[in-house]
Design a protein around this ligand. Structure first.
Ligand code: ATP
Length: 446
């Protein structure tokens, strides 16, 4: 086992840990699974909610100039005509004539099938949007799409939010939600999936101020990752070259993270010009101009600076970044190693685990009482099964930053042991001061 830890690639280890401990399961697994779709289990949904909350607080609660939104996934099909997705949201696909497998032509390194060496077809353009039908008649008249990005929900609500929240340019609208793309290349676990979540913020600025705010948002988004506690030497910027830049974009940078399969896009920061609102104004016939009352009622269509991050992709980054197989002893046994997820405490699915040393002699009941007292403040867990060392390891493996152990001394002097995940340090603390001690440590790491 100790040897296996050293040789298994990180992604394989993560996939297996996520399944074993209830972070991520393959979708519909009792029916053989549905490729590239994943379900988030008890710990996964907590981690995902925590990442989402971290982003939401940074992008809305801590700011005066950004409002939140939750637009519907299903939208008027005209939206996707206007946005250009119906016509242009395509990947070039090739089919293998022999084994019938399908690949994205732009990701292939050779001209033959990477699976069987067979001959490949000419590339065909394939639209990535999922189609469905609204209404009772299935004759094509009710054709609608599952949104492939959350951004359009923001653009079509730009005027609603501006007017109801009485915002002045510059201001932003933030949204977290599901997006769907019929992706062909979906390997690498939850990195690229057909159903995923995005965390997008569209910032509306005066034309001419766009470059200033583009640089500002690049700085803000970089600082966000530092606060999230990930290893900053694993992040880098990638500027879109002329061949990558969308036709409407003036400038675009991706923040890339070094995943086990190499540096890959995590988030895009884009200067989208006034393309989106100009198109929506043109196709909807609604006036989307901004009237700048502070500047002689000057009228303009705002430019948009977009920060577009994948929630599920950020989750994968957080998992990769936190994972460590750590050697903690040298006895030549399996117990020499522990697997630990060094999550930022605000992201950890469980913040505090309460563990009675023994089930008997009233220790279990005492531990349950202590847990009850912590529930208001923290996400807690309770575990009474197995040797205490094993239980610490189980918590390390899911990234629980604090364990509280209740033992015989607790019955005598109302103190407990607090054990810290990263340092494995243990301190004795009175129960009366437990919440404060944990809060201090929690804040200290933040
Ligand atoms: P790619 O070139 O990797 O297909 P993209 O440039 O099309 O991605 P955007 O449209 O800019 O991606 O989407 C913004 C963010 O949404 C990406 O940075 C990524 O984090 C996330 N994202 C996009 N597609 C997927 C997907 N299929 N699965 C998971 N996350 C995704």
């Amino acid at each position: 086992m100790a040897k296996k830890i050293a040789v298994d690639p990180l992604m394989d280890k993560l996939v297996s840990l996520c399944k074993r401990r209830g972070f991520v399961f393959q979708s519909s697994v009792i029916y053989g699974g549905l490729g590239s779709c994943w379900d988030y289990g008890p710990l996964g949904v907590e981690l995902k909610n925590n990442v989402k909350r971290f982003w939401w607080e940074a992008m809305t609660h801590r700011r005066d100039d950004i409002e939140g939104l939750d637009a519907a996934i299903l939208m008027s099909p005209q939206v996707w005509v206007t946005s250009g997705h119906v016509e242009g949201f395509t990947d070039p696909l090739v089919d293998c004539k022999k084994c019938k497998m399908r690949f994205r032509a732009d990701t292939l390194e050779s001209k033959v099938c990477p699976n069987c060496g067979g001959e490949l077809s000419e590339p065909r353009m394939f639209n990535l949007m999922f189609k469905t039908n609204i209404g009772p008649v299935d004759d094509g008249s009710g054709l609608i799409y599952l949104r492939p990005e959350t951004a359009q929900g923001i653009y079509v609500n730009y005027r609603n939010v501006r007017d109801t929240a009485r915002k002045k340019v510059p201001f932003g609208i933030a949204q977290v939600g599901k997006a769907f793309r019929n992706e062909i290349v979906t390997k690498n676990f939850i990195f690229r999936t057909c159903e995923f979540e995005q965390m997008e913020m569209q910032y509306f600025v005066k034309p001419g101020d766009d470059e200033k705010f583009f640089n500002y948002w690049r700085e803000q988004r970089w600082a966000y990752y530092a606060k999230l506690g990930v290893r900053m030497d694993k992040l880098r910027w990638h500027q879109h070259g002329p061949d990558e830049l969308a036709h409407y974009a003036k400038d675009a940078y991706d923040i890339e993270y070094e995943f086990p399969m190499g540096f890959k896009e995590l988030e895009g920061v884009h200067n989208r010009t006034n393309f989106d609102l100009t198109r929506h104004q043109q196709y909807s016939g609604k006036d989307l101009q901004y009237i700048d009352q502070d500047n002689g009622n000057e009228r303009y269509i705002p430019f948009i600076i977009e920060t577009s991050a994948g929630l599920t992709r950020q989750l994968l980054m957080v998992l990769c970044d936190a994972y460590e197989d750590q050697k903690v002893a040298d006895k030549g046994t399996d117990d020499d190693w522990r697997t630990v997820l060094h999550f930022h405490p605000t992201l950890a699915p469980i913040t505090v685990a309460v563990l009675p040393l023994m089930k008997k002699d009233g220790l279990a009941e005492l531990a349950q009482d202590i847990r009850q007292g912590l529930k208001e403040e923290f996400a807690t867990d309770y575990d009474q099964g197995g040797a205490i060392g094993r239980r610490y390891r189980r918590q390390d493996e899911v990234g629980t930053p604090f364990c509280v152990t209740v033992d015989y001394q607790t019955k005598e002097d109302d103190t407990v042991t607090v054990r810290f995940r990263d340092s494995m340090e243990q301190v004795r603390v009175p129960i009366a001061g437990l919440v404060e001690t944990l809060q201090e440590r929690f804040a200290g790491r933040v």
